[in-house]
Design a protein around this ligand. Sequence first.
Ligand code: HEM
Length: 393
Amino acid sequence: MEFDPYSNEFFNDPFDIYRQLREHAPVYHNEKRNFYALSRFHDVLDASVDHRTFSSAKGILIEDLPPEALEARPMMIMMDPPRATRLRKLVSKAFTARKSVAFEPEIRERARRLVGEIVDRGSCDFVKDYAALLPMEVISSLLGVPDEDRNEVRLRADASLTRDAGSPSLPPAALQAMAEMNAYFTDLIDERRKRPKEDLISQLIAAELTEEDGSRRKLTEPELLGFVGLVAGGGNETTTKLLGSAAVLFWRHQDVRAAMVRDPSRIPDACEEALRYWPPSHIQGRSATRDVELHGCVIPKDSRVLLLTGSACRDEREFENPDRFDMNRKIAIQIALGHGVHKCLGSYLARLETRVAFEEFFARIPEYEVDEEKCERVHMTNVAGYSSVPIRY
Ligand code: HEM
């Protein structure tokens, strides 16, 4: 059995491969690509919590990142405690449930306007015309990216995560997009230093970090860039993919769609199940800091270890009938949002955006058809979902 996270087969339908891994190779080793993979729910959960053994400090992608890339834009998601915890404390205030709730009217207003632009057309691309636009608007507004730059920023964020099928190396277009993002945000940070506003970038510039020895200091330029890149990337791609996947799932499950239209208070349950069923982020990369023995295998120190969140979400050991889409399912732990010290910082915001996006969509477009033949999937590292979902209504 081969599990190749760069193959077309994996991009298009990984769930069969995951089932085989969970059953026959819960500690899978891919010699060619040089990684181990954990696929069972509790192994992924335990490894996420055990950050001392499964470190994020060499990056969280499938591939190891070169040290210079990690240093150029240090991100807390690619660090271990205590450094990661100190940085997280600094930004977490901006992402509390209360802060997210306060943002709801603006999200609703933006969602309503976007739905208003498509409602009379009779057909559109759910991803390109709605799901890709709303999260970028929301995250840009949070960060302080001017309206006129938002689309460019979104396209670059997309390009920086896109990979060629069959190849683990970073394509030139991805590298270029990363460099352009850095240049763009360097200028924006510079501008906010001169003329601060109410946005997150201005708050981060003003914020002070408390070091281990109690001394306080401002964030460095690379740290600022890291934060901005992380929030722009993490808050954008994932939410877009969840919305697109949910739109297809709701079309396939008309009873679920009808239940939400009848009673919009069911929207969060259906979205939560969509998050489990087709999680936007399938793989969390780690590196082993010591030899680890698990299920009779040894993962040697310094190995790359992939935590297969996408597989954990379908583990029959945790979920009854895991391949059934069931909006009434009680999900005790939503592993699709990660767990442990790096658990998704934007989870309140992501859930809020998803709920509001479908509340506003169903309010104007209660019924739609998806042209599944024409749907297209992304080929991205660590992110899974649709780039195109044509619909008619
Ligand atoms: C449905 C949408 C989302 C999904 C599925 C998702 C998924 C995840 C996952 C799996 C992790 C853990 C990564 C790891 O353990 O290595 C994570 C971390 C993170 N997410 Fe999200 N995310 C979503 C939305 C958002 C949004 C809207 C934001 C920001 C506005 C955000 C910001 C972050 C940040 C900053 C981290 C790193 C936290 C840390 O290292 O302490 N995410 N997310």
